[in-house]
Design a protein around this ligand. Sequence first.
Ligand code: UDX
Length: 426
Amino acid sequence: MARVAVIGAGYVGIVVATSLAHIGHRVVVGERDSERIKLLESGDPVIHEPRLEELLKGALSSGTISFTPDNRVAVDRADVVFLALPTPSDAGGSADVSAIYGALEELASTLSPTSVVVTKSTVPVGENERIAAFLASKGCQASVVSNPEFLQEGSAVEHFLNPDRIVIGGEDPEAVRRVMDLYRTLPGLRLSLTDTATAELVKYASNAFLAMKIAFINEIADLCTAAGADVLKVAEGMGMDDRIGLKFLRPGPGYGGSCFPKDTQALVHIGNTYGADQSIVRAVVASNEGHKEHVVRRVAAELGGLAGKRLGLLGVAFKAGTDDIRESPALSIAGALAAGGARVSMYDPQAAVPEEMNVSQSASWEEAVAEADAVLILTEWPQFSAISPAELADLMAGTLLFDTRNILDPEAVVAAGLQYLGMGRV
Ligand code: UDX
């Protein structure tokens, strides 16, 4: 059992802290938002993740997790200190690491020389080295280790407790060993031990590659639509080659979320910084933006223009199973449709439309599609897969259904008297 501090109770911090407490460590979480601390201390995990509430309540009752607004209290006598602070994109697309250095400024004088500082946040290549230099400049001898996370929203706890791999980058073997030890009870552990720069790059390269797979199949889907081919069969045929794999070849309205958009832009910026142009990732970023615009153009073309048209959009979240709307393609598509003069209503079982958008949020899918000239399915909620095309047809004024997630049966939709537009389906 180790004494662990986790700085930052955001999406990653809460999952990491709760899971480490669950596997037997003593965790203290530093979080400056006292409202969030109150919720967490009451057993409310604040974010929606399967099993998270159960693990948090278990850790609270066994006393293996606690929370404090004072980061110095959190790191006091900690063997390992995880930095789980937000590193959002700045205006130029690079990662903004100011929250990391704000915390280090506050902690440098408190950290014991035997503490290991672990960067869990996604930071640019070379940042861990700069963090170590910053701490040394403040007279702090703590070692710095990179331990990027690969958590997927909706299965974060599962991914933490059964990771594909654990990547640990560090120049101090003893510090690397101490971080390794934290995970030793996890089943079937696959470890990749590297230097810090390599560990940082594994994270960016992994996310960029996954984003590329999605952008690739989305472009193939657009070709399938034009050529009368079936993208689901193309993806199946491709994926049977285990060098390609079936996963992340589901076409959709474009990728979103808090990571892919941020990390692809940051990787392009990192490439520019080092004079190693990441032209493929740059193309992925452009392709994803273009794909969302293509969705809007297809709707406008089918309707003969957007002005005055009533549109029902099903889905707000960036993917099913979460209320997270960060970089959601549904929202950028809704905004573009509204800007084109359409009257847009949206429904989502969990996610909320930002107040400032010129879009109304309906209380049910039926309300969102009522009297609509066209309906778009933008998030693959199971509730939308269960929609009866006949009921949908009765509620709509028009007949156009654009199923950007390919979750409905085209034949059943056409049989109900609607026009079916899929994403790469005939
Ligand atoms: C991603 C990575 O999967 C995870 O490893 C990393 O740590 C964080 O970023 P996440 O952003 O939670 O996780 O969502 P993910 O399930 O990867 O989906 C990202 C986006 O791609 C979503 O908008 C999703 O709808 C889209 N997507 C995903 C597709 O359009 N098609 C697919 O086949 C898979």
